[in-house]
Ligand binder design. Structure first.
Ligand SMILES: Nc1ncnc2c1ncn2[C@@H]1O[C@H](COP(=O)(O)OP(=O)(O)OP(=O)(O)O)[C@@H](O)[C@H]1O
Ligand SMILES: [Mg+2]
Length: 501
């Protein structure tokens, strides 16, 4: 049995009088990969931010290597060998890779600042030590890297200090399949070196693949800690949800009348050398999936339709009528809305409340003279909060203080609330727990059944297979196949995975 490297005991935390962690205990062994799971808002990130010194605990004790420790800053945590990769990236886009890696480091060489050349060399070393096949130049600006590469820089940054404990909060969310495989190799390598890893994820299958033990949190309480070999998927899910898992009700796909006028027609869309010759039709009631690796051009398609990136070529028709979309304002006017991939940048105003975020795009519809009809607004907001089970203290809670998954639910609700007819959804269930995923998908299905059209991008191929009527397979910016999944025809996740490679 490996020795215990970390012990957290009786950890409590409240935010403005509301308890979010109740006497949580957590132990970590040397060289173990320990998963923490729980529904959105269960308290996973909060517990880890306490360990990392971002939040101060209200009560409880932390021991590292058998010694009680006390710190209330990330620097203090780092001195104790703890590093965290955040759910929300903490990189500065306008600095280079190596500047980011060494950004928060204490200068090691006496009082002298670390030299650029040293940092650059060291960064290259760490990146090659991580052993990921992706080329990253330490001198590149972080803002110019793909989201996947940025994630790797985050890991490099965490490893640049002497780490005993590495916390990963949803590390795979923005990685491609190959990047995920290499990340798992990296994790195995770190483990062999005796580094302990705390791994937070909603991808339970990955957890069964790479973790040694699992701790389930529910509503801020620890439900159990077990070895993965002593538990199974059903037991974990029912502990997360708090009741036995019932056979999940499957939302049937609606029938589509392909004689009708398409709700959206895209003809010969081209954006630089990112996407080319993209043509398809979307019918009322249809959920059209796009399967493709990150970087295949899938986000570019929806962004070019929505007007957030410039089309070089391509015509759009909405309900048979040609429209000219030059900006997102034009597309909203034409009844098109988007759930963007980068929700924190494009989807939300973090310092506004849930309510303000939801009603912002629809103020006109609710406006009576110039005043927003508050009752109506509140009703609408409550409807979506209830429908998507958004965990917040109320409609007035500031979005910044919601858990990651609940922020994402607000983005989805926002796109739904605006009475659009066409929804472009770029990985909408990213960071969302198993049960909420179902809730989101069932209201997407309901939206389609009531005559809307949905373009649905997802990295989770089983989700595409389950909910879409057709799936466009995208490779290097071109559509290589159209898979028909209507009327009893189905495709397996494995088959789709092969197609997108
Ligand atoms: N700074 C804060 N101020 C107020 N409330 C907060 C703050 N940070 C988190 N909370 C609340 O604490 C609860 C737990 O949030 P936490 O972020 O730990 O959840 P999580 O388990 O990481 O969820 P997710 O899977 O969605 O990331 C949530 O109800 C959240 O709204
Ligand atoms: Mg979280």
């Amino acid at each position: 049995m490996n020795k215990t490297i970390l012990e957290m005991k009786g950890i409590c935390k409240s935010f403005s009088g509301i308890r979010v962690l109740h006497e949580v205990d957590f132990t970590l062994l040397k060289g173990e990969v320990h998963a923490i799971v729980g529904q959105n808002g269960a308290g996973k990130s909060t517990l880890m931010k306490i360990l990392n010194g971002v939040f101060t605990k209200d009560s409880g004790v932390i021991w590292i290597d058998g010694r009680e420790v006390s710190y209330d800053t990330p620097i203090g945590a780092r001195r104790n060998g703890i590093n965290m990769i955040f759910q929300e990236f903490s990189l500065v886009p306008t600095l280079t890779v190596y500047q980011n890696v060494f950004l928060t480091k204490e200068p090691r060489m006496g009082k002298m600042l670390l030299k650029d050349s040293y940092c650059e060399k060291k960064t290259a070393e760490i990146l090659s030590e991580i052993g990921i096949d992706v080329e990253i130049n330490p001198k590149s600006l972080v803002g110019e890297l793909s989201v996947g590469s940025q994630q790797l820089v985050e890991i490099a940054k965490a490893l640049s200090s002497e780490s005993k404990i590495l916390i990963m909060d949803e590390p795979t969310a923005s990685l491609t399949h190959t990047e995920i495989d290499s990340l798992f190799d990296v994790i195995k390598r770190l483990k062999q070196k005796g580094i302990s890893i705390i791994y937070i994820s909603h991808y339970l299958r990955d957890i069964f693949e790479i973790c040694d033990r699992i701790t389930v949190l529910r509503d801020g309480r620890r439900i159990f800690t077990k070895k993965l070999e002593d538990t199974n998927l059903e037991e974990v899910i029912s502990a997360m949800v708090g009741k036995p898992v019932t056979q999940q009700s499957h939302v049937g796909k609606g029938v589509i009348n392909r004689e009708a006028t398409p709700i959206l027609e895209v003809d010969n869309l081209k954006v630089g050398n990112l996407i080319e010759g993209i043509s398809f039709k979307l019918w009322p009631g249809e959920i059209l999936g796009i399967a493709g690796l990150l970087g295949s051009g899938r986000s570019e398609i929806v962004n070019a339709i929505f007007g957030t990136i410039k089309r070089e070529k391509g015509e759009l028709k909405v309900k048979g009528e040609r429209i000219n979309i030059r900006s997102s304002r034009d597309s909203i006017r034409a009844g098109i809305n988007i759930v963007p991939e980068d929700r924190r940048k494009q989807g939300l105003i973090l310092d506004f409340s849930v309510k303000e975020n939801l009603i912002l795009p629809i103020v006109n519809r609710l406006a009576k003279l110039l005043l927003v009809d508050d009752k109506k607004a509140e009703k609408l907001v409550s409807y979506y909060m209830d429908k998507l089970k958004i965990k917040a203290e109320g409609v007035w809670q500031v979005v910044r203080f919601l858990s990651g998954g609940n922020q994402q639910k607000v983005v989805v609700a926002k796109s739904m609330a605006s009475e659009s007819k066409i929804l472009l959804m770029d990985d909408p269930t990213f960071g969302i727990d198993v049960q909420s995923k179902q809730e989101i998908m069932s209201i997407v299905a309901e939206f389609a059944r009531s005559g809307g059209g949905v373009i649905f991008i997802s990295s989770e191929l089983d989700e595409l297979a389950k909910y879409c009527h057709r799936i466009l397979v995208l490779k290097r910016g071109v559509i290589t196949e159209v898979v028909d999944c209507e009327g009893g025809r189905a495709i397996s996740e494995e088959a789709l995975l092969k197609m997108i490679q």
